[in-house]
Write a protein that binds this ligand. Structure first.
Ligand code: AMX
Length: 439
């Protein structure tokens, strides 16, 4: 069977030709008109990034190469004996636009496991950090330092031709994706558990099988399946979100994939983006504490929501820059719970469900957010919490293990398509005023 790299090598020429034709025949065609509101409003809705593997529809949510999450769940191979999408099969699909066979997926799992051990100097670096340093800070540091072995950087220095960049970016992308579980597990064990008993990477396990094992949850098959689904569906969310855009921007300077992805992780670590993951749990537990588990009703949740809003805070896990309906990733994670009685009985999961039953109305009445519906972060942490992975400051790290699939795929493609350095134009307030008043 063909490897991922061979398959990718076969699909690249057609895309290169498509880009060349667009450039030759349509370069000066307008895509849209940009308004003042967009320039002063965080560039919302400006269509300006080439990102091929996924597109986010405001109402339907994410599609990966045209397929919705349920459609991906139907066709992308799971682990042997499992049901949920394997992140390896999502990676293959994102990279090539083709659905891998079960054999190809297993072969990719094996290749990742072979690349998965951490170099000694990275272990020493992570072990030297204070356990009070936020896990996301540690993750970004580890990822950046892994560039010591960047194939891309070495190739660039040795004067490799531009048309060959993608193959070296691919090597880095694969090695980084392979090492994220061991790096992330080491951070977890250092901060919250005993590092000395961490198992080594098992060549017979898939990426998440290894991750769960190294975290210390290898025996929990349900949590392992949940992590597979979680990591597969958080993998890509088109190119405009802060972490994806950051990796694209930094990569466009021909910074290597490790540095580009480290930068993305620090965008993910912001509370309006990936850190919402930890914030939801913190906020839900504060609610439980304040109201008292026995007094949780729709009315008491409603009151707590208003208290959060009146104190000027955002309700974490709700709202979105693009989405205008419930996030299909939220729905997929809820469906995982719906088939498992132990999860349905969990007080934390019940609290998340109950909050969902009142929050959209409260946010609509509050009247600020354009989208009162839940995003993925509203649901993702409570299942981890139920299964005993309770250190919510760590949750965004899991998001970081996942988002590498999409960000690194596009870095490989950006090099394959020879995309230039990003350089949009900025305007001063006076410039904007002048343009607006003369229009
Ligand atoms: N709670 C309270 N107020 C909210 C809100 C929420 N959940 N979502 C949006 N608003 C407010 C905004 O703060 C803004 O207020 P302002 O006019 O005083 O500045 C107003 O509503 C309009 O915002 P918007 O256009 O609807 O959203 P946006 O595109 O500017 O921001 C997002 C999107 C996600 C940052 C925002 O909805 C938010 O802060 N949500 C809570 C944090 C969260 O869950 N983030 C995770 C998003 C998914 C992800 O990246 N993982």
């Amino acid at each position: 069977t063909k490897s991922l790299k061979q398959t990718l090598g076969e699909v690249i020429p057609a895309k290169q030709a498509q880009l060349k034709k667009l450039k030759a025949e349509h370069a000066s065609k307008p895509v849209q008109q940009t308004t003042v509101e967009q320039v002063i409003g965080g560039m919302r809705g400006i269509r300006s990034i080439l990102w091929d593997a996924s597109v986010l529809d405001p109402n339907e949510g994410i599609r990966f190469h045209g397929l919705s999450i349920p459609e991906c769940q139907d066709v992308l191979p799971p682990a042997p004996g499992g049901k949920e999408i394997l992140p390896e099969s999502m990676l293959w699909f994102l990279m090539t636009g083709q659905v891998p066979t079960a054999d190809q997926t297993r072969e990719l799992s094996r290749e990742l496991a072979e690349r998965g051990e951490l170099p000694k100097y990275i272990e020493q670096l992570i072990d030297s950090l204070p356990p009070t340093l936020h896990p996301m800070t540690q993750l970004g540091m580890g990822v950046a330092a892994l560039n010591h072995e960047s194939a891309f950087q070495k190739a660039y220095e040795s004067g490799v031709k531009k048309t060959e960049y993608w193959a070296y970016a691919y090597e880095d992308a694969l090695t980084l994706i392979a090492r994220l579980p061991s790096l992330s597990a080491r951070i977890y064990r250092n901060i919250y558990r005993d590092r000395s008993s961490t198992p080594a990477v098992d060549k017979n396990l898939d990426l998440v099988g290894n991750y769960a094992n190294m975290l210390g949850f290898g025996d929990n098959k349900d949590l392992t399946e949940y992590l597979r689904l979680y990591i597969a569906i958080h993998g890509d969310h088109e190119g405009g979100n802060a972490s994806a855009h950051t990796s694209h921007l930094v990569g466009s300077t021909l910074s290597d994939p490790y540095l580009s992805y480290a930068a993305a992780l620090y965008a993910l670590a912001g509370p309006l983006h990936g850190l919402a993951n930890q914030e939801v749990l913190r906020w839900q537990l504060a609610m439980q504490d304040e109201i008292g588990a026995e007094n949780i009703t729709h009315d008491t949740i409603r009151e707590f929501l208003w208290r959060t809003l009146k104190s000027g805070q955002v309700v974490p896990g709700y709202g979105h820059g693009v989405l205008r309906k419930s996030d299909p990733r939220f729905i997929a994670l809820q469906q995982f719970c719906d088939t498992r009685p132990d999860l349905l009985a969990s007080p934390t999961i019940q609290l998340v469900k109950k909050t969902f039953e009142v929050a959209p109305d409260v946010l609509t009445e509050h009247g600020k957010t354009k989208n009162p519906w839940p995003n993925v972060d509203a649901a993702s942490g409570c299942v981890l919490y139920h299964y005993g992975l309770r250190e919510f400051k760590y949750y965004t790290v899991i998001f970081g293990v996942s988002r590498a699939l999409g960000c690194l795929t596009q870095i490989v493609w950006a090099r394959a398509l020879g995309l230039p350095i990003e350089r949009p134009k900025s305007l001063s307030l006076n410039d904007i005023e002048k343009i607006a008043t003369s229009a």
